[in-house]
Design a protein around this ligand. Structure first.
Ligand SMILES: Nc1ncnc2c1ncn2[C@@H]1O[C@H](COP(=O)(O)OP(=O)(O)OP(=O)(O)O)[C@@H](O)[C@H]1O
Ligand SMILES: [Mg+2]
Length: 318
C-alpha cells in the first residue's frame, strides 16, 4: 500500500501585498512563457532578490495546487520520492466455526510517498526552493522526471517501479549563486534541462513599492529608507548584503514604534543600527570594523534622512 503522510499541498492563492510593475512583470512573463513551452524554470539570484516570492507568484498564476520542497544538505533521494517508513500489521480473525478461533498476522514494511512522487503523480506545480542546497546525487532523480517524464522509484517499493509524470506537472526551481555558503554545484545535466533566469536585486522603484506594500509605509518614508539601504549596500561596508528585507524591517518597526524617518529621531537611529550594523550598536566593542560600519550608517542617515525636513510621518497606520 502506498501512502502519503503529512504531505502539505499549498492552495494556489496570490498574496494581496504582492507588488507588480515592469521589473517583476518582466520576470513573471518570461517564467510563464518558458513553462507554457514545457520547460522547467530556474530562478537564480542573490539572497533577498525575490526568487521564492516570484516562484510562488508564478505557481499561483498557473492555478494548480503547489508542492513546496526546500533543499537540504541532509536530503537523500528518498526524501524526495519516499521510502520505507515503519511497518504495517494486518490481522485476519477467522471465527467461522464458533468453537475455533483462527488468527493470521502479517507484518510488512510500509512505503510512504514523498513530495516529488506526489507532485509527479497528481500533476502539481513543484517549487523546489534552493534546490542546490541538496547534494547533486539526491537531485539525480530529477533527470528522468524532467526529460523522459518518468519518475523511477527504488526497487524496495511495493508495486510499480515508476510513476508516469502527469501532464500538468510543472517544476520551478530557485537557487542562490554557487559561491554562497552551503550551496552545491549543480550537475550540468540538470542545469541543461531547465531554463535559468538570472535575477538581480530589485530596482529602486520596485524596492520602494515593496517596502510600501509590506510595511504599510508612506511613499516618502519608503523612499528615504530604500535610498539609505541602497547607498549602504553600495558602500560594501555591511557584514552581509542588505536587501529589501532590511527596508521592510526598518519601515515596519518605525511604524510600530511611531518614529520618524529623520536622523534626529533616536528610535530611527537605533533601528537602523540594529538592522544594518548589527554588532556595532554596542559602543564598548573595540572592533574597528564594527565601529566603521556604525559610522557609515550614521553618515548615510544624515545624508538621506536629514533632521527637521518638515516631513511628519505619524501616524503611519490607518
Ligand atoms: N513582488 C513582491 N511583492 C511584495 N513583496 C516581495 C516581492 N518580492 C519579494 N518580496 C519580499 O521581499 C523579501 C525577499 O523576497 P524572497 O524571500 O522571495 O527572496 P529570495 O530571493 O527568495 O531570498 P533568499 O535567497 O534569502 O531565500 C521577502 O520579504 C518578500 O516577501
Ligand atoms: Mg528564498
Amino acid at each position: 500500500m502506498q501512502r502519503t503522510d503529512r504531505t502539505a499541498v499549498l492552495a494556489a492563492r496570490p498574496r494581496a501585498d504582492f507588488v507588480q510593475g515592469p521589473f517583476v512583470n518582466n520576470l513573471t512573463e518570461r517564467a510563464v512563457a518558458y513553462i507554457a513551452a514545457g520547460y522547467p524554470v530556474h530562478l537564480r539570484g542573490p539572497s533577498g532578490s525575490g526568487k521564492t516570492t516570484l516562484a510562488l507568484h508564478v505557481a499561483h498564476s498557473l492555478g494548480r495546487p503547489v508542492m513546496l520542497i526546500c533543499g537540504d544538505d541532509e536530503f537523500g533521494s528518498s526524501d524526495l520520492v519516499g521510502g520505507q517508513k515503519g511497518y504495517q500489521r494486518t490481522k485476519v480473525i477467522d471465527n467461522f466455526v464458533h468453537s475455533v478461533l483462527k488468527t493470521e498476522e502479517d507484518v510488512s514494511e510500509r512505503w510512504v510517498d514523498n513530495r516529488l512522487t506526489v507532485a509527479c503523480r497528481e500533476g502539481l506545480t513543484l517549487i523546489y526552493d534552493e534546490f542546490n542546497r541538496s547534494r547533486p546525487e539526491a537531485n539525480n532523480i530529477l533527470l528522468s522526471v524532467l526529460e523522459e517524464r518518468i519518475l523511477v522509484l527504488p526497487a524496495s517499493r511495493n508495486g510499480a517501479s515508476y510513476v508516469k509524470v502527469h501532464p500538468n506537472f510543472v517544476a520551478i526551481f530557485t537557487s542562490n549563486p554557487e559561491d554562497y555558503a552551503g550551496v552545491h554545484r549543480t550537475q550540468d545535466a540538470l542545469r541543461d534541462r531547465m531554463v535559468t533566469i538570472d535575477i538581480d536585486y530589485f530596482d529602486r522603484e520596485t524596492e520602494i513599492a515593496i517596502t510600501r506594500s509590506r510595511a504599510e509605509a508612506s511613499q516618502e518614508d519608503a523612499e528615504k529608507i530604500v535610498d539609505l539601504v541602497r547607498a549602504y549596500r553600495a558602500t560594501g561596508a555591511s557584514e552581509f548584503t542588505v536587501t529589501v528585507r532590511s527596508c521592510i524591517m526598518i519601515a515596519k518597526v518605525l511604524g510600530l514604534r511611531g518614529a520618524r524617518t529623520a536622523a534626529d529621531d533616536p528610535v530611527f537611529e537605533e533601528v537602523c543600527l540594529d538592522v544594518l550594523a548589527a554588532g556595532a550598536g554596542n559602543k564598548s566593542v573595540a572592533d574597528t570594523v564594527a565601529i566603521r560600519r556604525r559610522q557609515v550608517v550614521l553618515d548615510l542617515l544624515r545624508q538621506y534622512c536629514p533632521a527637521d525636513d518638515g516631513v511628519v510621518s505619524l501616524p503611519r497606520r490607518a
